[in-house]
Design a protein around this ligand. Structure first.
Ligand SMILES: [Zn+2]
Length: 396
């Protein structure tokens, strides 16, 4: 089946500019061609979207589908049945699609539920974005987010944990290299899993062709993760220039998650978020913007991720992260690349999604207006396709 979509602008997710009066031809779920509307074969049936911009479906590289943005999502999940949590995951997945997010990477799910969500989407049982799932995150005993995963101590145990997550179907691995903002009795800066422990997990993941994400705030923790050879630093709020230089050299991505701090800062008081979360949010709020600027200046690869599901930060909010990137000094083109082609590279899906090129899966987003001028145009979702099938229609 062939269908063409025409819009005033087409942004391919890679270039620095859009094609005026462009069209995407979709055939059997994949992109057959992308370019000026004049190049379409004669007689092609066209859906004309008018004064809109077509771009690749967005990619959120850091979500927690088991959480629904409540004041203390971990305690909620602990109280409720796994079945209710699974239904919550399904509702959260749908929120991403409506916002034009067609791929997510889930970096920590209670009971490894994200693996089942990924499978359900793949089988067509559940409408949702394609999910790259870490299953259960791996933390040291009592380490950050142990409730989103499993605890393991010593290189052998961490190696086994990584092997078991992949055996259960995890398509990436998440390691906790430092303390965090959400969690009692821990500080974001304090290192957690050791270099030797992380090395073991990285070795196993890379042998299997999977990527490793490390949650790390301080320079000491980021350096540990870099020593171990991880593929991305999540948060990285206290990054300095020297360590940013090392990330660029190693090609390690930063996923800055600025929007989660903005959300917790703005909504924490009304939600009744605990004081310890609010204090630590204040500590990382500005630092995370500075880290993002440093990374962009140093040429560190950046992928957009939200940490949505965390307190006050609902699913389907990637556009908020992209808006904050522009506010922190990125161009809209850069921010859109971080949320499309760059994120696809981090997820190892660059051959499939993240750009509008022939042969790629037809994951498309159409928004009213021009997000290359004003990234807030991403709020005006008109149409979302995943694998060429219409999965949402605006206004969102
Ligand atoms: Zn997270």
């Amino acid at each position: 089946m062939r269908t063409a979509y025409r819009a005033a602008r087409v942004f391919d997710g890679v270039s620095g500019h859009a094609t005026e009066d462009g069209a995407i031809l979709v055939e059997d779920g994949r992109i057959a061609s992308a370019g000026p509307v004049a190049d379409l074969p004669a007689g092609t049936e066209i859906t004309d979207l008018g004064d809109a911009t077509l771009l690749p479906g967005l990619i959120d590289a850091h979500v927690h589908l088991v959480w629904s943005a409540s004041a203390e999502p971990h305690e909620l999940v602990e109280r409720e049945s796994p079945t209710l949590t699974a239904l919550r995951c399904a509702a959260n997945a749908a929120l991403h699609l409506r916002a034009g997010v067609t791929t997510v990477r889930d970096v920590g799910a209670t009971g490894g539920l994200s693996v089942d969500v990924a499978r359900a989407v793949e089988l067509g049982v559940l409408p949702g974005p394609r999910v790259v799932a870490a299953g259960r995150a791996i933390a040291m005993t009592g380490g950050h987010g142990w409730f989103l995963g499993r605890e393991a101590d010593g290189p052998d145990a961490v190696r086994r944990a990584a092997r078991e997550e992949m055996k259960s179907g995890a398509t990436c691995i998440k390691l906790m290299a430092s303390g965090g903002v959400y969690g009692h009795a821990e500080e974001p800066g304090s290192p957690q899993l050791t270099v030797e422990e992380m090395c073991a997990a990285v070795e196993e993941a890379h042998k299997a062709g999977r990527k490793v994400a490390a949650h790390a705030y301080s320079v000491a923790a980021i350096e540990n993760a870099l020593d171990a050879g991880v593929d991305s630093i999540e948060h990285g709020s206290f990054l300095d220039r020297a360590t940013a230089g090392r990330m660029r050299e190693q090609g390690t991505f930063l996923v800055p998650t600025m929007s989660v701090y903005a959300a917790m800062d703005a909504k924490g008081p009304e939600l009744g978020t605990p004081d310890y979360v609010r204090r630590k949010t204040t500590e990382v709020l500005e630092a995370s913007r500075e880290a993002f600027r440093l990374a962009v200046d140093a040429g560190v690869p950046v992928a957009a991720g939200t940490d949505c599901g965390a307190p006050g930060h609902p699913h389907g909010t990637l556009r908020e992260e992209l808006r904050l990137m522009v506010e922190a000094g990125a161009t809209p083109q850069q921010a859109l690349r971080f949320g499309t082609s760059a994120a696809a590279r981090l997820l190892g899906l660059e051959g499939e999604v993240g750009s509008l090129e022939p042969g790629k899966r037809a994951d498309l987003l159409a928004v009213a207006g021009d997000p290359l001028q004003d990234v807030r145009a991403l709020e005006g979702v008109l149409l979302v396709l995943r694998d060429g099938a219409e999965v949402a229609r605006g206004p969102s």
